[in-house]
Design a protein around this ligand. Sequence first.
Ligand code: NFS
Length: 662
Amino acid sequence: MEKKAPVKAPKAASKIMPPPNDLTSCEATAQMLAKARRDGVVLDIDRAVNMKACPIGADSACCKHCSMGPCRLNSKDPYGKVGVCGATIDTIQARNFGRMVAAGSAAHTDHGMAMLELFREVVTGKIKDYRIKDPIKLRDVAKSIDIETDGKSDEEIALELYAELERTYTQVDGEIPFMKRVPEKTLETWRKLGIVPRGAMREVVEMIHRTAIGVDQHYENITKQASRTALSDGWGGSMVSTEIADILFGTPSPVVGEVNMGVLKENQVNIIIHGHEPNLFESIITSVHEPTLVQAAKAAGAEGINLIGMCCSGLEVMQRHGIPHAGNFSSTEAIMVTGAVDAMGVDIQCIKQGMAKVAECYGTYLFTTNTRCRIEGAEHIELDEHDPQVCTDEIVIRAISRFKNRTRPIEIPQITNTGVQGFSYEYINYMLGGSFRGSYTPLNDNIINGRIRGVAGVVGCTNPRVRQDEVHVELVRELIKNDVLVLQTGCSQIALAKAGLCTPEAAYLAGPGLSEVCEAVGMPPVLGLGACVDNSRILMAASEMVKVGGLGDCLADLPVAGAAPEWMSEKAIAIGQYFVASGVFTVFGVTFPIVEGTKFHKLLFDGLEHQGLGKWGFTPDPHEMAQMMIAHIDKKRKALGIDKARDRILVDMADRRELDVA
Ligand code: NFS
């Protein structure tokens, strides 16, 4: 077959570009970046080199909420100027921050509402392609919000649960249902501060209203609403999404998953699903097993149909079905450079518009499937959950036709890593305590006796402004070496899986206490809990640690810390704020949209902790980040009176070489 050169993207990189390996620590992505450059195609990673970030915007020192501006303040002299309306730097930063929280919370809320709507249609029999797969979880979730389950059928419970959980979004007054899961003392603090969320829609609307010109002009009051909005996400929008996905598609338990671009197969029809809602993926699983489509693929000369995930969609199904995962956010354009992606279906969130151009260059069929997300240049095949196979079969048919007519040269990086994924909150309970006495007590005991120093949630995106995966991996290596158990979600989880840290064998990289626990239980030192909405599983795990006892009375007492080392999305800011408001010290890397030394900065990075909440931290350096988190964990251990003398270990170059298991 004649091999065509890829269609050139219109604008080539405009200057001498850094070597690919300087921009990504993912070997497969680097290989594809080098190929893209040879092919004259510009990827996101190179666009980031060419696009200098606006320094005023990066500091959040500008306001464009009305047409008297946009007003730009001077971040070197933040109090030297005010906006035309008189807004100070603190008001401007708090408003910008509040709107990021609102956007991020709205994303998770809208995703969660779609899941709940799907649940309602399934329960009322209007949708027949999905069903309740985990009735035990259905009953557990219902009981957790005081719905009586004895003597009731699954359908009756499901209908009541739907009606109750709908309040998470639509309620205008009162507390959202999952407030019943919050440790009592944490809830008391929120009530005192007036930040208990009512309904997510109400909180998001109020956040947007209050940050409009001439409304809320006190940074402390704006921040309160930011906390309330973020809590409606973490304990509302996201949590409902996770719970309903588990009820409909199954609660994850450990599976061995393959990651990295080597999961593409040259002699098979390769289909990638990328985005966030699990429905599209769950339905296409049925399509790729449909005998007539399998036969059509074989008739086209393929050995089979190879279904693969990316980003959070990929995590949803890797943790439930063990479906291979090709990479995280910074690899979604690069993977098409292989020439081996026959079709990519995307639904919502984190889908770069640039993908359409790259797809065109390499002849990949790129399909949008959700009514809320269309991309100029991509074909739209809408997924209707009432008859989902219409969409997913079509994607498979088109992928087969592309396979048959492949004209682009194929180059697949031959790198595959394996790891164990799928550690739900429920599985951790079972893993630690067994089926008859499932409990978080062994975790608490091991924290109290010092084998485990504390727990860190390392989550979030990759960002082409930093060397892909490196900050995640370096940070986690240092944390586990210091006996900190790491819980993971999102693109971070894939970075760690690629680095080989999601295997039980990686326990040898942990400090002596953590490795002893890992060996006894047979678990990796890094536990992958799923997609970004599954950060709610981390909240549940932390709440259980409080309820089990011995580690304080509220979430803020726990020896835990969080990080999003390579964040980029507003969703990450919403997540960060709900962790902070829940009581967790949360450190972000890359950049932070704030002017240091301002009153707003002091509030986020210090003041919130004095109100009984957590606080923010920032550093782009993974080793400093680890030390900040460990210092915080040690501070909490000391306050709990469980601080045995222990040294913080700095990972030096020799250690790093030894740790290099990738
Ligand atoms: Ni989270 Fe998932 Fe990845 Fe970041 Fe985007 S895919 S929801 S936002 S980039 S972790």
